[in-house]
Every structure is written in structure tokens, then in C-alpha cells.
Design a protein around this ligand. Structure first.
Ligand SMILES: *[C@@H]1O[C@H](CO)[C@@H](O)[C@H](O)[C@H]1NC(C)=O
Ligand SMILES: *[C@@H]1O[C@H](CO)[C@@H](O)[C@H](O)[C@H]1NC(C)=O
Ligand SMILES: *[C@@H]1O[C@H](CO)[C@@H](O)[C@H](O)[C@H]1NC(C)=O
Ligand SMILES: *[C@@H]1O[C@H](CO)[C@@H](O)[C@H](O)[C@H]1NC(C)=O
Length: 465
């Protein structure tokens, strides 16, 4: 099992960069992802327990008396024992022990049970999800002030920042704890988008104010609390959808190297490490809402007029290639830089079989989630992008990845996909929709919980003490 895990580490983390340039078309898509197995090296074998071994807490601060220290230590031990039990129960499922207990500990109305080809291993995912529901606790640092801390955008392209933050801080969910000694992870609740809004001088291209803010924030919490120093940030997480999230995280080298960075800009070529960082889906909410059109896609059997659709500006390295080859070239293959007047963006999505999702200024594209809502099979055109939830979801079951070098033959590639395969992909899209849906309040298995689960998986792999 460990062999298998190492094997997949090598093939999914090290090789894709090379593969993505050399593979042709979509025959065997090699998604730039990290598998569940890679993340759970602790679950599979004790050999790797040292990777994040860190000093246990309780001996850093002498401001508390010995009795208090003992109490804290007891709580920590309990917490680590809980994690060990979770690892063990997931390990049982991984090793195919069908006797393991899959019954949820708490009753809930949504009895959803993951199944089908869209998951790498639906039973493993389900077990891990149930364990998360049972014990996972997040401590949100109360430090820092509005507008940059404890708030984030809930509208437009970076809305996932604000929506996650608000759900975490004010949601009715049971994942937040006010007892930092009971927490498994610690959240730094700042918004990089608001840093850009309030600290950045437009057109200056000077992002040092963002780095300073992050650096100061970490300084404050590392002086006020013992938790940061204990793991050098490894059980802490930040979340940013803004393109500059990764740059801002450089404000503290431990945050950059050790912490779980939950980022839309999940570019492996810019330091994104899929073994510890989390790829965050970008969800564009005009006016704070998903377009009503996307909430009710046409019936499954309704014909779709166009083979493919894209509309968007000439940003970043990939779109110029796409626009150069396909802009206004083909009535069946709708590729626009600017949509003509009177043509509706979402109607085109709802009327196309495939929606092209090229990277722009950064690797993520809100088109991916919009395509899923529109039940239009996403076509991923990107380099170095780690797709969201790819530790759990098999993207090849509900999307198509085309190598950038194959953009000149894109129509040929998509036309060659047999109808039966297209049907399966579309069914896959419908099956994963719930994982990309924002609910208020959050619901089981929705995007909020999938993000939390990604964090949980990475935390499982960190062993304290
Ligand atoms: C912590 O311990 C150090 C040395 O052992 C001592 O100098 C310091 O005063 C102590 N601090 C508190 C708050 O007890
Ligand atoms: C954590 O480490 C930093 C730098 O080494 C130090 O300044 C700070 O006081 C430490 N925090 C705690 C709570 O001991
Ligand atoms: C972060 O990682 C880089 C590259 O491995 C290393 O050079 C640097 O010293 C690390 N910094 C810290 C604070 O761990
Ligand atoms: C990803 O990072 C690499 C290296 O910095 C860069 O060349 C590339 O343009 C980035 N991709 C996107 C879409 O921004």
C-alpha cells in the first residue's frame, strides 16, 4: 500500500509538469492532481509519521500554572487520539475491510452517500467525510479588525473568500470551536481581496503592503498564542481567491512553506504544493447570486445547438492562442473575445455541449463552476493547474482536459468524443454539481464542506508530538 502511495506521489505530483507538455489530446487525460492516497501517508503507514512531526504544546508558555498546563495537555492528547481513531477507521476502508462501521454517528436528513465514477474511491471519501463530521474543529483567530479581517467579498469573482469566511465565522455549522486547545486547525481570517482594495495603490504593482499585513498578522497571533510556534504554522490555514493570494502568503515564509494555503490560484509553477495546499474553486457571483438561468439548466435530453462555447478577454498565456485559432471562425464552435450585443453569455453555455475553460491571468477560471451549473462539460485548458477537490473527485469523469499544444485541433478533438462518452461526462457533471454549490446556510457535501474536507485531509496527515 505504501508502495502504491509513493508510486502515485511520483506520478501525480512530480511528473504532470512534464506530462502536460508531452501528452497529446484527451486520450488518457493526465490531470494535475494529488490523490487521496498521497495525502494520507500517515493513514497508510507509520513510516511517514515524521514528515510533519512537531513539538507538542504546553511547554512554550509559562504564563499558565502547572495544573492548567496539564489540562491543556490532556485536551491535546484527546484531540490527537481522536485523529488517530479517524485515521485508523479510514485505513480500514482503504484496506477493504467491509466490516468497518459506515453508519453515521449523528442522524441527518440528507442521507447522501457518495457513489459512482466521479469519485476516486467513494467509500474512502465517505468514511473520511463522516470522520470529519464527527470530530473536526476549527479555531478562528478573533484578532484583527474590519474591513480586512473577519470579512471578505461576497460578490463578483472572488466571492468565495467572503462566503467561506462568513460561513466559518457566523454559520450554524458545528465545525467552529471557541476553545483553541480543542482545535485541529487554526484559521487566519483575513481577505486578500480586501487587502488589495484597502492597502494596494492602483497601478503601482507594489504588493509589499499585502505581504506586510500578512507578516504582521502572523506576528500578532504567534506572540499572543502558543499554537503557531508549536507547528511553525503547519496546522494553520489561510484562504484567498484573489490572484495575489500566493504573493501575499509570502509575507511569512513559514506560512508559505508549512501552512495550508487554500487558493484559487493553484499554480504548481508558483509554489502551490498539492500535498499541503488546497485548490479553491472560483465562483463568480454577479450581485452576490448565482444567475437564475444557471439554477435551472435545460432537461437532460434537450438538444444543445453548439459544440463548444467561450467568451472572454485576451488575458494570460493561453487565451491568446485560443482566440487566435478559433475566434469567430465557426458557427458550431462559438469563441468570442467580446460577445455581440444581444447575445447572452449563460444562454450560450446552456446551449453548448462543451464549455471551454482556459486559464486567464491566473490558472483558475470561474467558467469551470459555471459550466458545471450549466451542465455543459468543462474543457480544461491550463498548465500547472491543480483542480479543486481532485484528491476526491475524478475530473476525467466529468470534464475534458486538452493540452494547450492541441488548441489548434480543438474542434477535431471534441468532435471525436463519442456520444456515449459525452453522455457519461454530462451525467458526471450532474453528479458533482452539489459539491460546487454554495448554500446559505451550508449543507452537507456542498462547496463549503468540500473545502473543509480538503483541509481536514491535509490536517490528518500532520501528526503532533
Ligand atoms: C517564564 O520563565 C522565565 C524563565 O524560566 C522567567 O524569566 C519568566 O519570568 C517567566 N514568565 C512568566 C510570565 O512567568
Ligand atoms: C513564538 O516565537 C516567536 C519568535 O521566535 C517569539 O517572538 C514569540 O514570543 C513566540 N510565541 C510564544 C507564544 O511563545
Ligand atoms: C522555505 O522553503 C525554502 C525552499 O525550500 C527554503 O529555502 C526556506 O529556507 C524555507 N523557509 C522557512 C522559513 O522554512
Ligand atoms: C503559472 O505560473 C507560471 C510560472 O510563474 C507562469 O509562467 C504561468 O503564466 C502561470 N499560469 C497562469 C495561467 O497564470
Amino acid at each position: 500500500m505504501l508502495f502504491l502511495a509513493l508510486f502515485t506521489v511520483i506520478f501525480t505530483v512530480v511528473l504532470p509538469l512534464h506530462w502536460m507538455r508531452s501528452t497529446t489530446a484527451v486520450v488518457e487525460p493526465s490531470f494535475n492532481s494529488v490523490s487521496f492516497h498521497d495525502l494520507l501517508t500517515n493513514v497508510y503507514g507509520a513510516e511517514n509519521d515524521h514528515i510533519f512531526a512537531v513539538q507538542p504544546a504546553g511547554r512554550h508558555s509559562n504564563s499558565t500554572g502547572p495544573r492548567e498546563v496539564r489540562k491543556v495537555k490532556n485536551r491535546e492528547e484527546k484531540r490527537e487520539e481522536g485523529l488517530a481513531r479517524a485515521r485508523s477507521s479510514i485505513r480500514k476502508v482503504a484496506l477493504g475491510d467491509h466490516r468497518s462501521n459506515l453508519t453515521p454517528s449523528t442522524p441527518h436528513h440528507d442521507g447522501y452517500i457518495p457513489a459512482g465514477a466521479v469519485y476516486h474511491n467513494p467509500r474512502l471519501f465517505y468514511q473520511s467525510y463522516l470522520e470529519m463530521e464527527k470530530i473536526f474543529k476549527v479555531y478562528v483567530y478573533p484578532d484583527g479588525d474590519l474591513p480586512i479581517v473577519h470579512d471578505g467579498p461576497c460578490k463578483d469573482i472572488y466571492s468565495i473568500e467572503g462566503r467561506f469566511l462568513h460561513e466559518m465565522e457566523h454559520g450554524v455549522g458545528k465545525f467552529r470551536t471557541n476553545d483553541p486547545n480543542a482545535a485541529h486547525v487554526y484559521f487566519l481570517p483575513f481577505s486578500v481581496t480586501w487587502m488589495v482594495k484597502y492597502l494596494y495603490t492602483p497601478s503601482s504593482y507594489d504588493i509589499t503592503p499585502l505581504k506586510h499585513f500578512v507578516s504582521d498578522y502572523v506576528k500578532v497571533i504567534s506572540m499572543r498564542y502558543p499554537f503557531w510556534n508549536r507547528t511553525r504554522g503547519a496546522d494553520h490555514f489561510m484562504l484567498a481567491c484573489h490572484d495575489w493570494g500566493p504573493h501575499a502568503s509570502k509575507g511569512n515564509p513559514f506560512l508559505y512553506n508549512n501552512s495550508i494555503r487554500v487558493l484559487c490560484n493553484a499554480n504548481t509553477s508558483e509554489g502551490f504544493n498539492p500535498l499541503k495546499d488546497v485548490s479553491l474553486p472560483e465562483i463568480h457571483l454577479f450581485g452576490g447570486e448565482v444567475s437564475p438561468k444557471l439554477l435551472s439548466p435545460p432537461p437532460d435530453n434537450a438538444p444543445r445547438r453548439y459544440l463548444a462555447f467561450f467568451a472572454g478577454g485576451m488575458h494570460g498565456p493561453i487565451r491568446p492562442i485560443l482566440l487566435h485559432h478559433w475566434r469567430n471562425r465557426d458557427s458550431d464552435f462559438r469563441v468570442y473575445e467580446y460577445l455581440p450585443k444581444g447575445v447572452d453569455y449563460y444562454s450560450l453555455m446552456l446551449n453548448s455541449k462543451f464549455c471551454l475553460c482556459p486559464s486567464g491571468h491566473e490558472v483558475a477560471s470561474p467558467r469551470i463552476v459555471e459550466s458545471i451549473y450549466a451542465e455543459c462539460v468543462p474543457v480544461i485548458l491550463s498548465d500547472y493547474y491543480v483542480l479543486p477537490f481532485s484528491d476526491v473527485l475524478r475530473w476525467e469523469a466529468f470534464s475534458v482536459q486538452v493540452d494547450v499544444s492541441d488548441i489548434p485541433r480543438l474542434k477535431e478533438v471534441l468532435s471525436a468524443i463519442p456520444e456515449s462518452k459525452y453522455r457519461n461526462l454530462k451525467q458526471g457533471v450532474r453528479a458533482v454539481r452539489k459539491h460546487f454549490t454554495l448554500n446559505q446556510p451550508a449543507k452537507r457535501f456542498d462547496v463549503f464542506h468540500m473545502i473543509l474536507h480538503s483541509i481536514w485531509l491535509r490536517r490528518l496527515n500532520i501528526k503532533l508530538g
